[in-house]
Design a protein around this ligand. Structure first.
Ligand code: PMP
Length: 360
């Protein structure tokens, strides 16, 4: 098999060890004679898989038991709709606008609530995280404040989070969860689609402070209720058992590698290497303001749309896959999630030099 490095923003590269383990267990999980996908979601074996995956979330993030950990169907976009459905007690929500994903979350919230945008970086085409230190959160009359911790499309990331006091902070961490330590206590809800740093698509992880869960009305349809999901330990209906199994393996892999400090130092090292190569070149540009630059997603461009496409095309021939930027921003984008090895970044940097030498 050809070894390639996959820079896709999601579904993204998974740790090779995890895939190998899953392959070895594919036909016969743990001596059951069945694949994981054939096990009842109420079986003892699946109980253990779910317990283990949940425990890893608590262990890795240092979450205390006043938080519930849920594995739910589908991706983050479902949470965009579920959050206002569950948490709009006053029908007022607040947002920090950092681009398309926060806009999409905001659009769903606006169907059920009056939305206030407290800060936005739209004016600079989302090339930085908006300043939030001057906002007095104690004066914000809303059910919650929603932020997007890492902006997959623009390559911006929060490295500190606002202290919102009693206003619950809800964070879409789809593209940077488990990439570095966070203080869970700062958040009312953390959620993430799985297909970047957690596992395969079709699953989302939600971490919800229990006092918020307990306020959710029983009038919400059960399948859309975080409270029902919690009362049924993520099994109100048949969950995506395969995705939970793989997520559990990815989380164990993170633990075995040394946890979130190790991930953070690797991620910072990989990102800095690529930014340094881009900045030094004069041929490629990354226009993100330096203090907002993401460790996870690094957009760059030659400034020429056709040349960017040629770059991605030639890179694929060298085993550097899926470097085309998001369809809204175009250009190129390298996603360097936890599972991207340092050698992948080295190979990409070598290719940057090679391509520049050929076309500058
Ligand atoms: N939020 C962020 C930050 C994302 O990057 C994405 C997808 N790339 C989404 C939400 C939407 O996720 P999904 O496709 O899983 O609904």
């Amino acid at each position: 098999m050809n070894k390639v490095f996959n820079f896709c923003a999601g579904p993204a590269t998974l740790p090779a060890k995890v895939l190998e383990e899953a392959q070895a267990e594919f036909l016969d999980y743990n001596g059951s004679g069945m694949s994981v996908m054939e096990l009842s979601h109420r079986s003892k074996m699946f109980d253990e898989i779910l317990f283990d995956a949940k425990k890893s979330v608590y262990d890795l993030l240092g979450a205390t038991d006043d938080y519930e950990v849920l594995f739910l169907h589908g991706g983050a976009s479902i949470q965009f709709a579920m959050l206002p459905l569950n948490f709009c007690f006053k029908r007022k929500t607040a947002f920090i606008d950092t681009g398309i994903w926060s806009q999409k979350a905001l659009q769903e919230a606006s169907k059920l609530s009056q939305v206030i945008v407290l800060a936005s970086s739209k004016d600079c085409e989302y090339r930085q995280i908006p300043e939030f230190s001057s906002i007095d959160f104690s004066k914000v009359d809303a059910d919650y404040l929603h932020i997007t911790s890492n902006n997959t499309i623009y390559g911006t990331q929060y490295f500190s989070f606002p202290d919102t006091g009693t206003l619950p902070l809800i964070a879409d961490m789809s593209s940077d969860i488990f990439s570095k330590k966070i203080n869970v206590k700062q958040f009312g809800v953390i959620y993430a689609g799985a297909q970047k740093n957690i596992g395969p698509s079709g699953l989302s992880l939600c971490i919800i402070r229990k006092d918020l869960l307990e306020r959710i009305p029983f009038t919400i349809p059960n399948v859309w209720s975080y409270r029902q999901a919690s009362l049924n330990n993520s099994r109100y209906h048949t969950p995506n058992t395969w995705a939970i199994y793989l997520a559990g393996k990815v989380l164990r892999w993170i633990k075995n590698e040394g946890g979130l400090d190790v991930m953070a130092s690797r991620n910072q090292g990989k990102a800095e290497k690529l930014y340094a190569a881009i900045d030094a070149s004069g041929f490629y540009q990354n226009k993100v303001e330096k203090s907002s630059r993401s460790w996870m997603n690094i957009p760059f461009s030659t400034g020429d749309e056709q040349l960017d496409l040629r770059f991605a095309d030639e890179a694929e021939k060298q085993g550097l896959m899926q470097l085309v930027g998001h369809r809204s921003t175009k250009g190129l984008r390298a996603s360097l999630y936890n599972a991207m090895p340092a050698e992948g970044v080295d190979a990409l940097v070598d290719f940057l030099y090679f391509f520049e030498g050929k076309f500058s």
